[in-house]
Design a binder for this molecule. Sequence first.
Ligand code: AMP
Length: 353
Amino acid sequence: MTIKTLGIIGGGQLGRMLAMAAARLSVRTIILEPQVDCPAAQAANSQITAAYDDPAALRELAEACDVITYEFENVPVEAATTLANLVPVYPPPKALEVAQDRLVEKRFLNASGLPTARFHAVDSQADLEAALADFGGQGVLKTRRLGYDGKGQRVFRSASDSPAGAFDALGSVPLILESFVAFEREMSIIAARAPDGTVACYDPAENVHRDGILDTSTVPATITAATAQTAASAAEKLLAALDYVGVIGIEFFVLADGSLITNEIAPRVHNSGHWTEAACVVSQFEQHIRAVMGLALGDPSRHSDCVMTNLIGDDMESVPAWLAQKNVLVHLYGKAEARPGRKMGHVTALKQA
Ligand code: AMP
């Protein structure tokens, strides 16, 4: 096997874990990230310290790499497209285009056969009032772009919840109003597609959020085999529609009858898939490396049930207690400062059968 080099755009913990998985397969990694000593660069072969859209840096990256991938969905589409003219970029830039705008994303999901909440584009306060009237005064208002971890959102629970000033309060930017989904639980599926179209799906994880941030992912999820199958078929349809290569994360709302409403997609490895490094022989990170480097996909089956818990901000104080436990994999991201709301690491506790 010849030694190849993978470029990773983005320097966070997902890039770090990709670089670690790459190293185990003798794949060299170069991180493109403006912040020096970022979590990813600490575990990679080298870093190009520049903005994600710096033309000289993109050229340098393309010249040094056999394949380029990314670890966050807000990579400028133009940068990804420019690179794709020089070297394979996986997942395809089209996946970024779809995932960066909630309106484009919902339309694409529906066209690919994945049901979502109902929605209206909201470009003014008048649009918002008309959309809310259509949904009986209930709904979740979100910025179309750049929202994450529940930021840039406003929930309307009933007709008595006044929308006055809401358009301006979210920044007078393009918004989307989604109908309110009365879900029973939230879950996600992590799936991978190889260049030859082979798909491998991990078991769905059940996700619980705290203050808008993922708190725990539990596997198996409390769902029927039929619901798990629906999620896997949805992943297959979406991956084919995007002519996708790499790992994707798809988040769903589970309704009382077991049916699924797709919430959003992430064209990358996903926080709700971190459990795979402890409970599967091939983690989502290695799976992504295998897919984008054209290596055979690994078996996604799990050998243990487990719970992954994120370590956010002050949760770092619990690290010694986690380290003292059996069957717990502790993974820290090398971030010096534990600010509130900052993802510092995660732990996965295996449940022995
Ligand atoms: P998101 O940023 O779209 O993942 O939304 C953050 C969280 O808000 C989700 O994990 C849900 O708990 C909740 N949420 C988002 N959209 C809806 C919706 N249309 N109906 C009900 N709850 C929602």
